[in-house]
Design a protein around this ligand. Sequence first.
Ligand SMILES: [Zn+2]
Length: 268
Amino acid sequence: MRSQPENSPRRASAPPLIEFLRQNLPIVVFLGLAFAGMMLVYWYFSPDENAVDAITAVSPTDNYLAAPIFKNIPAKPVVQRLPQSPGPVLVGIISGHRGFDSGAVCADGLTEAQVNENITDLILASLQSQGIRTEKLDEFDTRLDNFSGTALISIHADSCDYINELATGFKIAGSAFTNSSDLSICVEQAYAQATQMEYHANTITPDMADYHAFRQIAPGVPAIIVEVGFMNLDRDMITTNAQVPATGLTNGILCFLNQYKNVVTATN
Ligand SMILES: [Zn+2]
């Protein structure tokens, strides 16, 4: 009991509030930390003043105590789970030499450009009548740059000079930049069937295989160049009977579009 009187004067000398806090030091520390923590959280989540103005700005017409809720969401790359659906079908047809030169010229003045355009127009009319979107293109059409249709077909015809009895038949060369074999096979089969012409494989020139349009169009667009026949020995077929080769080419394009649609449906 003697030790207590020594302590009691000191305890009595401190103000009661300090004394109380000292006695409950752990709780005081806890409350202090909790307050600091809450302030930190408040500061961290408070929008800056401009944002507050924007959020609380209520136009006079909105005569009510409400404000839109804004939340800043960081930009996140969107991952597409389904393959992108293909664009609508579009077939580009180059009317060979159109807008550039006449191509081969016959003794009587018939030009390759005329033969090509006649057949091109018949194909376009036929495709359009079946609701297929088409584009008629010149030889060096500016629309060829990055052309991104479903297929591109260029129509040409071979020389009007008499070479020999073998200078007859049609030729097809596919793009070296995009796999065009499906289009090529469809058109070759349909063309041979419609015209009963022979495939003239021996005279495919570098001009055909390395055709300028193949380089211009968008990657991935199947493209072929067709020499519909020789203007000398096949002249009747590609002029007077132009509807026949045009039908063959149209059927070939439709065959390819059918395959294309089936592939698209299967991958979806
Ligand atoms: Zn030509």
